[in-house]
Design a protein around this ligand. Sequence first.
Ligand SMILES: Nc1ncnc2c1ncn2[C@@H]1O[C@H](COP(=O)(O)OP(=O)(O)OP(=O)(O)O)[C@@H](O)[C@H]1O
Length: 608
Amino acid sequence: MVHTTFTLCVSHISLLSCNVDYLLTQFHPFKLNMIRSNLRKRFECLYEGSAKQGNPTLLNEVYTELYITESESGEINYEHEVRQIERHSRRAATEDTPIKCSDIFRALPGQDKPIRTVLTKGVAGIGKTVSVQKFILDWAEGKENQDVQLIFPLPFRELNLMKDKTLSLSDLLQVFFPETKHLKISRDKYKVLFIFDGLDECRLSLDFQSDVRLCDVSESASVDVLLTNLIVGNLLPSALIWITSRPAAADLVPSECVHRVTEVRGFNEPQKEEYFRKRFSDQRLANTIISHLKSSRSLFIMCHLPVFCWISAAVLEKMLSPSGEIPKTLTQMYTHFLILQTNIKHEKDYEKNVTDEDMILKLGKLAFQQLVKGNVIFYEEDLRECGIDVTEASVYSGLCTQIFREEFGLYQGKVFCFVHLSVQEHLAALYVHLSCTNHNRNVFDPMTKKTYELHQRAVDEALQSKNGHLDLFLRFLLGLSVESHQVLLQGLMKQTRSSSDSNEETVEYIKKKIRTTCSPEKSINLFHCLNELGDHSLVEEIQQYLRSGRITEAKLSSSQWSAVAFVLLTSEKKLEEFKLNEFVGAENKADHVLQKLLPVIKEYRTAE
Ligand SMILES: Nc1ncnc2c1ncn2[C@@H]1O[C@H](COP(=O)(O)OP(=O)(O)OP(=O)(O)O)[C@@H](O)[C@H]1O
């Protein structure tokens, strides 16, 4: 005890002579603690979907470690996000250096440069925001990164609200953290971390070329100038900066300002299982759900994405209690999710002015129109255009809490988006499908009416898209048209008419396109489409070849090579080593095989 008092005295004397700022923090331990405990309260619960209205989940109970790696380059990938997920999920976990989320500011062995700014990339729904939340909670609970004295989470979604304001950094912090009043952070004497989550949502014009230089935290400027100066290091040069972003927006910050790029890759195979074991206290239910998901390769691949795990958990939990038809394809899973949301609405919203059918069609129309334009964020006028009355908020908050969430945004107005891009793609496909079956209308071409004509046009549109923005939409559209899906849809839409055409023409058309398309990525998506349509003929043919070992002697057509690629990519086996000579033979020259199987070879750890 005596010893402790003595130590405190000595430290105060030495502090008096060293710096005033530090002293200020010492005199404000109460304030620091208050900030810490406020952050703990703010981040201890995970608010997902309808949990926003109550029943929040404790983050520590469901948080599952994510697979995060140091990215080899800051290179930006414009490919469609789902395709990236499938590709990443094929990679063996040992390929890159994994980093624990709490260690992102720590140098790896062999790296000696201090890390000030970290940029974390990751596709939508992969867990960036949850990682930020966990990082802060661990710190606030005194578990990790205790050398950091203050953390300021400043999500771009909230910073957007300050777009037109002129103020100093100190003032800005006081707006978001009133507890910081009287806390001087001016001279960089204590370690502060700023977290800017969701760069992709940024509405401020961040101009890193600008020569407006700001070094003083009490100097006023526009919010974008404050941020660029903070990120570049003119303001508070020793503060740590963490920025998260979806891949397409990650290059808004020039690479020379970033000391480390990490990538959230979602859940690897063991983490997928861990997620469901944590999510359900009933382990038998967790096991049933895991084995069901494992029985369908494409579902298990999608579980790489935490938001998909959450959708699957919600759907399967409801479905597995009484015995029933369990979703087997991607389309079925999403349709069940929609049904679930509609049921939640019925539980809550007895007086309704709009029928489910109407609302789904309107939302679907919005989803489709915006998808075609490449938009994931919409405004009130976009809703009005689709006949959605913005003031009837109760209707979609009941129907679509988890599908459609209202965001704060630009110009004080409301900004909307679907909870995940894939949900938008599913609703868009549903709209296009129902317009055809119920109203005989082909949204791409009013002159044609038959289902197979719609399908052919959609295939063509998807093939023409450079970034693949209609690929998943196409998979859903075809999945919705299969006979067995009609029953599901009837549960959702009272007046659904089953399509009278069979899908044979569509299957043949897709096979023809597989033969002629030169993009391996596109033909692999077409194989996924055949899978949704329940046609496995090409794939089975190839599986036989592969099993017999006669593939080196066979002269394969272009479509058969695409099938080889598809079979290898969707196989259960880990892609460890690609052996070219297993495919090369008199009929198949090495460079030809290499060209045909390039999308697969990229997924293997080694090739010889
Ligand atoms: N580590 C995790 N453990 C458990 N659940 C998680 C985890 N990460 C994400 N989730 C689930 O996935 C959902 C989406 O995650 P999150 O919002 O972090 O994604 P994101 O990468 O920030 O996406 P976006 O770019 O769309 O903002 C969460 O609401 C949660 O249900």
